[in-house]
Structure formats: C-alpha cells, structure tokens
Design a protein around this ligand. Structure first.
Ligand SMILES: Cc1cc2nc3c(=O)[nH]c(=O)nc-3n(C[C@H](O)[C@H](O)[C@H](O)COP(=O)(O)OP(=O)(O)OC[C@H]3O[C@@H](n4cnc5c(N)ncnc54)[C@H](O)[C@@H]3O)c2cc1C
Length: 311
C-alpha cells in the first residue's frame, strides 16, 4: 500500500478546506501519516479522518518559516520511508518541502493538480494552456504541493490517531514575537474558495452588487489589477499573473476584459461565467457561459433569482 506523508505546518482545532482535500487525496492513494509543525491538543481530533494512521510532531511547536520544519519532514521520512510527501500549495509549505527535497535528494513538484502512488504528478503550466505529467527519475519519495480545488473534500470521520513526537526542535533562527489573529472576513479564502466572484474596472468602484452576489453564493471576492490598483479592494485579492492563481469550481467574472495577464490566474477554473457589456471582450473566448450586458442590469437579476430559489 502506498505510504503518504502529509505535511501541515500548522493544525488547529478544525481542518481547513485545503487540509481536508489533501487528506482526501491521501486516503485515495493509500495510508497517510500527518506530520505537523504545530498541533494543539484539539488538533489530533481534527485529524481523526479516515486514512490517517498517525501523527508526527516535533519536540516542541515549530512555526513557519522556521527551517526546522524541513528537518521535521526529513526526520519523519526517515521513520516511515514514504512513497509520497504531500503538502498544500502555500508559500510556507513550498519553502519547507523544497528544503526537505534537497536534504532527501528527492524530486519536488509544486502547484500540482494531482499525483499518483507511482511517483508522477500532473500540473498546469504556461498560464493553464498545457497540462503536463512529470515522473520522478530517482529512487526516493515524490514531494508535491497540491493546489486547492483539485479534489472534493470527503474527509470521513475516524478514530483519533496516535501522536508521536520526534526529536526535532524549533531552530533559534526564527523567534515568534507576537501573533495576531486576523478578524474573520466571513468569506472563504480566495485561493481555496470553490466559488469566486471577481470584478474589474467595469464596476467603477461600486462593490455593492458584487459583494451581494458573493454573499448569496458564499463566494470569495477577487479582482483585476485595475481594481486593486485603484484601491477598490486589497492587493491580496488580485487574480492573475502578478496576483494569485485560483482554480475554483465556479469563477464569475464581472466587468473584466479578460486580458492575458488576468486569464493566467483563473483559466483553469471549472466553470467560467463572464458578464461584460462588450461582446468582443476577450474573456468570452474562455468563458463557459457569457452574458453580454451591463452588470448593473445583470447582477440584480442574478441576486434576485438566487434569493428567490433560496426562499
Ligand atoms: C506584466 C503585467 C502583469 C499584469 N498582471 C495582472 C494580473 O495579475 N491581474 C490582472 O487582472 N491584470 C494584470 N495586468 C493588467 C492586465 O493586462 C489588464 O490591464 C487588466 O487585467 C485589465 O483589468 P480590467 O479587465 O478590470 O479592465 P479593462 O481592461 O479596462 O476592462 C474593463 C472591462 O469591463 C467592461 N465593462 C465596463 N463597464 C461595464 C458594465 N457596466 N457592465 C459590464 N461590463 C462592463 C468593459 O467592456 C471591459 O471589457 C498585468 C499587466 C502587465 C503588463
């Protein structure tokens, strides 16, 4: 059976959607052991998921970006000799698994869409226009970070796994001085959301309709660079070549022309719906459904219909 090591830099008292997805991938591939940089007592209960047979931590909590996280992964790999080492596609995890891959002399695929137990991974490249499959050529595990929304979350409840501490300590290179929990936005994280409502110059700075639509759909809000540069929303919401890459099941593009730099960050989305008053807007070339019309006419009708269906 394929042995999968799943790395999470931090586990809290519940699984994030990306963590639940990874455990679903791992469960489909074989048996999983989670290696966690930090794990509160309730964390082991959060990991009581079918397919998870154990949890490894360090001698104390190790927080990103401490390079000791890579040491932890290496120590866990020495214990288990896994076929695969998987993690979510976040900068901290890419950092830790890159260091671990060097130490293990093993292959790493970042931003993968899927992996197999025989050491190959698939990945979209060149702004989503090609899908590649890579196979590791060396002995040793395949390390891969997996993008969100590549599997449906089916974390099935199971017994609380045993937690074993390895003799890996936090390094003195990083000291956490203070932690501030950001207030919950009430919306899903943009990179993990299954539905994204993204807006561009067409909204002319008035976000009321896109916010209402996102609210009705439980969607995250994204934006074009024009919208973030104008200060209508934080730069972290920028989708595209120089922003974040998203791949939700549903991407609704509102008043965005669909320039190549914007498309680079969203064209692998499952279903793309575009609303634009210009029928020649490039976004319609990649849209599954297009509405040619003024967003100020179209969005109120969508919002009304969603509310009507919800009763
Ligand atoms: C190196 C580089 C990197 C870049 N990186 C990014 C990036 O990461 N992300 C990104 O988004 N851009 C990026 N850009 C910018 C990108 O090229 C475009 O300029 C930008 O995406 C355009 O934003 P927009 O579609 O909101 O605006 P516009 O191109 O001005 O389009 C606005 C659209 O709204 C429509 N519209 C207007 N009013 C309405 C209405 N009432 N109802 C319906 N539709 C309406 C118009 O028909 C038009 O199609 C980058 C550019 C460069 C050079």
């Amino acid at each position: 059976m394929t042995q999968v090591l799943v790395f999470f830099d931090r586990v809290v008292d519940h699984l994030t959607p990306a963590q639940a997805e990874l455990l679903t991938h791992a469960d489909a591939l074989g048996e999983a052991v989670v290696v966690a940089g930090s794990l509160p007592p309730a964390g082991a209960e959060a990991l009581a998921v079918h397919g998870v047979t154990g949890v490894l931590t360090g001698a104390d909590s190790i927080y990103a970006p401490d390079p000791a996280l890579a040491d932890l992964v290496v120590a866990a790999a020495a214990e288990l000799d896994p076929d695969l080492i998987l993690g979510p596609d976040t900068p901290d995890t890419v950092d830790a698994l890159s260091r671990a891959a060097v130490a293990l002399d093993a292959g790493l695929i970042t931003g993968a869409n899927g992996v197999t137990g025989s050491g190959s991974g698939t990945k979209s490249v060149l702004a989503g226009s090609w899908r590649t499959t890579a196979q590791i050529s060396e002995d040793g595990p395949l390390l891969a970070t997996l993008r969100p929304n590549t599997a449906s979350q089916q974390a099935i409840a199971a017994e609380v796994p045993e937690v074993v501490a390895l003799e890996v300590a936090a390094s003195s290179a990083v000291e956490i001085l203070e932690e501030t929990e950001l207030p919950p936005s009430g919306r899903p994280d943009l990179t993990e959301a299954s539905t994204v409502v993204a807006f561009g110059r067409g909204v002319e700075g008035d976000l009321r309709l896109v916010e209402q639509l996102a609210e009705e759909l439980g969607a995250a809000l994204g934006a074009s660079r024009v919208a973030t540069d104008a200060g209508w929303i934080d730069h972290s919401a920028q989708v595209g070549q120089t922003g974040v890459t998203v791949s939700p099941q549903l991407y609704i593009s509102v008043g965005i022309s669909g320039a190549v730099h914007q498309r680079a960050g969203m064209q692998t989305s499952g279903t793309i719906v575009a609303i634009n008053k210009d029928e020649d807007a490039p976004v319609f070339e990649i849209a599954d459904f297009g509405v040619v019309g003024d967003l100020n006419d179209v969005l109120p009708q969508m919002i009304d219909e969603l509310r009507r269906r919800k009763g």
